[in-house]
Design a protein around this ligand. Structure first.
Ligand SMILES: [Zn+2]
Length: 334
């Protein structure tokens, strides 16, 4: 059977998955505002979503999803006309038409300029969607973003934007610089005695936390399911049911993000000699390196540094290793 489409609960498209469907609605809104697919894909990755086959979203996979009429509950008939498909959709047919219009605008532009509208390939952020790299000034998880000149970096997401003033946004570090720096420190630490045991313990801990989170997620889902009945029996008001639902949606989102992170950590191979692990690091796929970093580090705080520097000055990056006590939460410490 064909794999399920992102946003639908199963391959038969009988029902929607609420959190994924909402994510699709957000990227559709951004896309119809003219945003490139690669930026929408980064937004999904940062929100902790992966494709239905388990790979992180890229501009290409997002484009394929947003060009599929199924997301609007539509399908093409034998004559190539869009018709109702008889299953739910995440967006309206009018929104799907807007998506097609945006594609047409860009195709026309591409013909005129003779070059593709999306020339910049996706950057595979090693520490993207992990909540590992944190703004040392405000405690927000950094976001993978390119500068206007196109250089990828990890940035504090809380800067001023058109729709809100923002409170920080002061920290940014070149992605390549930070990834090399962390890679060197991780490899050096792998060579120390006791690392193997520490990794195995960390993986067991990740597995335990994963099970806890999954159990909590099931609990939250059950609670949400029972809310309707409680309103019906007048045990609670529709208003408090609405508040509880919104709270549950927030918790579900946070749990899903943590679950994806823990799954990555728990599936990292940690057996084999230290030398093998070091060699492994140099050739391992991003996903596996990410998992190993999560097993070794609580968090990495980054601070402001001079512009255009090619090295990391002391104090710019603070590594919180897992064999030491966990760091304070910067967001509650204030
Ligand atoms: Zn910040």
């Amino acid at each position: 059977m064909a794999p399920r489409i992102f946003g639908f609960a199963d391959a038969a498209k009988r029902a929607l998955l609420e959190d994924e469907a909402q994510a699709v609605q957000s990227v559709v809104e951004r896309r119809t505002g003219g945003e490139p697919f690669a930026v929408g894909a980064a937004f999904l990755r940062d929100a902790g979503f992966v494709g239905t086959l388990g790979s992180p979203f890229s501009g290409k996979t997002l484009a394929r999803l947003l060009r599929n009429p199924a997301i609007a509950g539509l399908t093409y008939d034998a004559d190539g006309n869009l018709v109702d498909a008889g299953h739910p959709g995440m967006i309206t047919p009018a929104q799907f038409a807007k998506l097609q219009k945006q594609d047409a605008i860009e195709a026309a532009k591409k013909d005129k300029d003779g070059k593709p509208a999306e020339a910049v390939p996706d950057y595979d952020y090693l520490f993207g969607s992990t909540d590992l790299v944190t703004c040392g000034m405000c405690g927000a998880s950094t976001q993978g973003l390119r500068t206007n000149a196109g250089h990828p970096g990890y940035c504090c997401p809380d800067g001023p934007r058109a729709d809100r003033p923002g409170e920080c946004g002061k920290v940014r570090i070149s992605a390549g610089l930070l990834e090399d720096h962390l890679g060197e420190h991780i490899v050096a630490r792998l060579m120390l005695p006791g690392t193997q045991e520490a990794l195995e313990a960390a993986r067991a801990e990740a597995q335990r936390e994963l099970e806890e989170h999954r159990a909590r997620l099931a609990e939250v889902r059950e609670t949400v399911d029972s809310l309707g009945t409680m309103v019906l029996h007048r045990e609670i008001t529709a208003k408090s049911a609405g508040i509880a639902k919104a709270e549950a949606a927030r918790e579900t989102k946070a749990l899903n993000r943590a679950i994806r992170r823990l799954e990555c950590a728990a599936s990292t191979p940690v057996t084999g000699s230290v030398e093998e692990l070091v060699t492994w690091w140099n050739t391992a796929p991003t996903e596996a390196k990410r998992g190993l970093a999560l097993l070794m580090l609580w968090r990495v705080d980054i601070f402001q540094g001079g512009r255009g520097t090619r090295t990391i000055k002391p104090g710019r990056v603070k590594l919180w290793w897992r064999h030491l006590p966990p760091p304070p939460d910067l967001r509650t410490a204030k």
